[in-house]
Design a binder for this molecule. Sequence first.
Ligand code: COA
Length: 132
Amino acid sequence: MKTTLTPGVRGEATHRVVSAELVSHYHPEAPPVFGSPFMLMLMEHAAFNAILPHLDVGEQSVGTGFEFEHLAATPAGATVIARAEVLSIDGRRVTLSVEAHDEHEMIGQGKHVRHVVEMARFLKRIRHKIEP
Ligand SMILES: CC(C)(COP(=O)(O)OP(=O)(O)OC[C@H]1O[C@@H](n2cnc3c(N)ncnc32)[C@H](O)[C@@H]1OP(=O)(O)O)[C@@H](O)C(=O)NCCC(=O)NCCS
């Protein structure tokens, strides 16, 4: 992790909502609006992008904490922009504020924690779950 990873570092991710991300895709009786897990994923992408330039070779960040509110509904075809900003760093634990907007309004906000991990060590730890 580089010393450039400091509070105030920002990242962004943009996405056009597709029909497979509507709640109605999974529950036909539900409204045809952007599902919360997909909004969270976009927030995660923004946080990932914020941290990425500040990692050393062999490191990656993984999501470990999520606390968010879905404030407004968004239909298919809309463009959603998620933004993340680093609030604090405690060892390998990075806390970010996250928010998402469609073309009309803020649709979500929250806090997200990511851990910076050494990829080799991380993958070694799950090897027994892959190999019988
Ligand atoms: C991030 C994660 C490895 C941290 O595990 P943990 O149980 O807190 O860590 P442990 O107690 O086993 O490890 C002890 C220390 O080694 C660190 N550590 C563990 N794995 C590590 C790795 N691969 N690279 C570097 N450090 C690591 C931990 O951060 C911890 O440091 P700390 O005491 O300073 O906090 C674990 O919570 C995890 O794998 N979560 C799932 C993340 C995920 O899959 N997200 C979805 C994909 S983005």
